[in-house]
Each structure stands twice: as C-alpha cells, then as structure tokens.
Unconditional design. Structure first.
Length: 200
C-alpha cells in the first residue's frame, strides 16, 4: 500500500479496505488482529491505524459489503419491466455461489457482532430492510401487472423471502447445500406465494 506513490488517499483507503476483506476471510472476525490487516496491506500496524482502529475498519468494510451486495441485486432486478423476470433476477442474485463466495461470507462473518453491538445491529437491520423493500416492490408490481395472486401482505411475504435466503445462505457457505438447490427452493416458495411458476 505504501509503495504506491501519487495514488492519493482514496486509492490507499481502497487498497486498505481490500486488505481488511482478505484478512477477515482468512482469520474470521473473532480472530482478526491489526497485524493481519497490516500484513495483507504490506505496511506496518501504525500505518493501518492512520485510517482508523480495528473496529472502525471492520465496520467500514461491512458497510461497503452491504452496499455492494444491495446494489448488485437492485441493478439486476432493475433490468426488467416484468415483475416475473424481476423476481427471478432477485432470487438468482441473492444466493451465494458457494462456500468461497467472498461477498456473502463477509456479510455473515460480521453478523454475530450484531448480537451485542447496537451500531452493528442497526447496520444489519438496514441491510435486511433494504432486501425486504426490493422483494416487496416486485410483489406489488406483479400483483398490479396481473401476474401474481398474493395470499398475504407483500411486506410479510417479502420478509419471509429474506428470512429463507438468510437461512439457506448459511447452508451454502457451510457446503451443505448448493446454489442450485437453494435457488430451486426459493423458486418453489415463489410459486407457492405468487401462484406463478417462474421461468428458468
């Protein structure tokens, strides 16, 4: 990180953020030390501290992971006008590729901290609400377009989608289920709550 001159503070911050992510994936949140981040970045621990303490750096990394995950899903759904295609894209883009899916692993590495840290819990709640909002808007649109027949309020159904995803994500990350199996399960749920069989 320090060897690159003229890159500017923002470039160095981006490099440090990438180092935090790599260290988190190798060590896990509970085992993470400032030294691990410094080693990944190729600098001294004192140089890392210039950008914040360990908790602040991890929090910033989690914020960035949330934004990236949410944007990728929203952009995938926004490509389509038909709610059926939007729902397919939303499901497909919300499931981890496998145990080595770095972005999803980052999100789940941080989750246990939410149990005892109000700031972390607020960030996690914001992620959940953002995902619920995406699903709910698609379900409302599908109903308006005449494609979906909903038996319960859209927000309740959306929250159920997100809860199912979260549970299944842990199965994928643990290697107990495949992405294909989880997508099939979510599509089955989609058929049950919308009355529509999604196209492959």
């Amino acid at each position: 990180m320090a060897a690159k001159k003229g890159g500017g503070k923002e470039a160095r911050r981006a490099e440090l953020s990438a180092a935090v992510q790599r260290a988190l994936l190798v060590r896990g949140l509970e085992g993470l030390r400032l030294r691990d981040i410094a080693d990944e970045a190729g600098v001294t621990p004192a140089a890392v501290l210039y950008y914040g303490d360990l908790d602040a750096l991890v929090y910033q990394t989690y914020q960035q992971a949330i934004e990236r995950y949410s944007q990728e899903r929203e952009q995938a759904a926004d490509q389509f006008a038909d709610a059926r295609d939007k729902l397919s894209a939303c499901i497909d883009n919300g499931v981890a590729s496998g145990p080595d899916d770095a972005l999803t692993r980052l999100l789940f590495e941080y989750w246990p901290r939410c149990l005892r840290d109000a700031k972390a819990a607020a960030l996690d709640s914001a992620l959940t609400e953002r995902q619920i909002a995406v699903y709910a808007s698609i379900l409302v649109l599908g109903q308006a377009q005449g494609h979906f027949t909903l038996q319960d309020p859209p927000r309740l159904l959306a929250a159920n989608f997100v809860a199912m995803e979260d549970g299944y994500q842990m199965e994928v990350l643990a290697g107990r289920r495949t992405r294909t199996e989880v997508i099939a399960a979510l599509r089955s749920h989609a058929r049950a709550v919308t009355g529509h069989q999604l196209r492959p």
